[in-house]
Write a protein that binds this ligand. Structure first.
Ligand code: FAD
Length: 479
């Protein structure tokens, strides 16, 4: 009897526990992907994620073909699709790797229960995190809400099985067996955009497991040692840019850790530590989402439910922020990088989120939604943590009064202005002194640089000092 292997956000053959378990069953394996975005509502994959998913599924199919098998594409609802497949193929078992967002958790629990009731062997596996959310708890058996304490427990517990190597052969159904039923092809899922806005994504990324390995290896050998120093610099390639690969499970955190250990030894000390700590943040975010599943829309710190957001017309400023036309160079550079490449540097994510939620007093949920649609690494756990952290309402959030000043942040982390000049070329000829604050430049300097404020580049949509005072006053009302 064949075994069904249900791929979701674990689009790899290496270190894939569900695949290992399916191979142990000994029969043919039917690898499936079920297209059912509505089952992830209200967080169906956004446009940039769909683009990534398309190419990642294509890469997975190719890897499976190299192992003598191939990817079956089905349409949801998932339960019905699986039932039909079981009926058509006589499969007796099904394996998948666990996800942690509330919608898929509820769906998976129901599917497991129904299929088991129908006599199927149905098993889920740990694959996308090093520790399950119920494995790292404080002494009182409660989830951690402070990263430092979580990190201490998490990093001490690091151990474990080595990653599973990718198999060379994945037996499929006999070749001559006719494929039952009409199946959609990958192209039929309409994951790619109908209008051509994705050139920037194509130029920046190669989705899929092979590309994830190449990126991981080259980061570890040539940049990880300087990560601690360079990670905050958006003008330099200091971080790993593995986030979309990790989100789609094209490389497992266990594999990544094993590669780091091979190169650097103890991952929680020395040069590797700052990077492994970020992998710790990723796990912390997933643990929080699991234990506090309402947080994608509700603040963890409940005082913020009554936060006095701005009442004026928010649409205009929200649109200016989305389009990278706020008149504040570092913010505009970040928002344009996001639109063009589907990714934004972490330091700049914090700065643009702080401007939106504190200076403009626009609810963090609006920013999180925009990121959701435009990021190739859009991840419910990490995005929720990032937005709640920056706006002050999350676990272990920065103290509210730490409002990022985008001018100072730009001067400190983009000191030569290379990042702003790349994404805001209309400002490229401004001297460094005024690049991060063109509104402060004398007319003669603007004229020399060919910048007409309000024509070539917008006046700032908000006064940074006044809006900072307004945000602090708003905070006083709820604290
Ligand atoms: P690196 O610095 O190389 O870090 C390695 C890996 O660690 C990343 O790939 C990521 O998986 C994880 N990681 C790093 N920083 C964080 C963090 N602060 N929280 C959780 N995990 C982290 N990250 C996402 O993956 N998806 C999101 O949707 C997302 N939204 C964010 C929204 C806001 C407002 C903020 C402030 C941060 C957000 N982040 C998100 C976290 C972080 O910005 C990205 O993970 C990081 O920029 C990805 O680049 P990298 O792979 O080069 O990271």
């Amino acid at each position: 009897h064949p075994t069904i292997l249900w791929f979701r956000r674990d689009l790899r053959l290496d270190d894939n526990p569900a695949l290992v378990a399916a191979l142990r069953d000994g029969g043919a394996i039917i690898p499936v992907y079920i297209h059912a975005p509505e089952e992830e509502a209200p967080w169906e994959p956004g446009a940039a994620s769909r683009w990534w998913l398309h190419w990642s599924l294509a890469a997975l199919d190719e890897s499976l073909r190299n192992c003598g098998n191939r990817l079956w594409i089905l349409r949801g609802p998932s339960l019905e699709a699986l039932r039909r497949l079981v009926a058509e193929t006589g499969a007796r078992a099904i394996h998948w790797n666990r996800l942690y967002d509330p919608a898929t958790r509820a769906r998976d629990a129901e599917i497991k229960q129904r299929l088991r009731a129908a006599g199927l062997h149905c098993e889920s596996h740990k694959s996308n995190l090093l520790f399950e959310p119920w494995e790292i708890l404080n002494a009182g058996g409660q989830p951690y809400r402070v990263f430092r304490a979580f990190w201490r427990a998490w990093s001490r517990a690091l151990n474990g099985r080595p990653p599973y190597p990718a198999p060379e052969v994945i037996p499929g159904l006999p070749q001559d067996r006719p494929e039952p039923g009409e199946r959609p092809r990958l192209d039929d899922l309409d994951l790619l955009p109908r209008i051509d806005w994705d050139q920037g994504l194509r130029a920046t990324w190669t989705p899929g497991e092979c590309a994830a390995w190449v990126r991981a290896q080259s980061f570890i050998t040539s940049r990880l040692a300087q990560y601690g120093e360079k990670r905050d610099r958006p003008d330099q390639p200091g971080s790993s840019r593995l986030s979309p690969h990790l989100h789609f499970g094209e490389i497992s955190p266990r594999r990544l850790l094993a590669l780091i250990v091979t190169a650097f030894g103890d991952p929680t000390r020395g040069a590797a530590e700052p990077y492994v700590r970020e992998l710790g943040w990723r796990e912390f975010a997933h643990h929080l989402l699991y234990h506090f599943p309402e947080t994608p829309t509700e603040p963890l710190d409940r005082r913020f439910s009554a936060f006095p957001w701005a009442e004026e017309d928010l649409e205009t400023s929200l649109r200016a922020w989305q389009q990278g036309r706020t008149g504040i160079p570092l913010v505009d550079a970040g928002m344009r990088e996001l639109w063009h490449t589907g990714w934004m540097h972490n330091r700049v994510r914090m700065v643009v989120a702080s401007l939106l939620t504190k200076n403009l007093l626009i609810p963090w949920q609006s920013g999180a939604r925009w990121f959701w649609d435009t990021l190739v690494d859009a991840d419910l756990a990490n995005n929720t943590l990032g937005w709640q952290w920056t706006s002050g309402c999350g676990a272990d959030a920065a103290p509210y009064f730490r409002i990022f000043n985008p001018v100072l942040q730009g001067q400190r982390f983009d000191p030569d202005g290379a990042y702003v000049r790349l994404w805001c070329p209309e400002l490229a000829r401004l001297p460094n002194k005024y690049l991060q604050q063109p509104w402060a430049a004398p007319q003669s300097v603007l004229a020399d640089a060919g910048v007409r404020l309000g024509v070539d580049y917008p006046h700032p949509i908000v006064d940074l000092a006044q809006s900072r005072a307004r945000a602090l006053a708003a905070w006083e009302r709820i604290r």
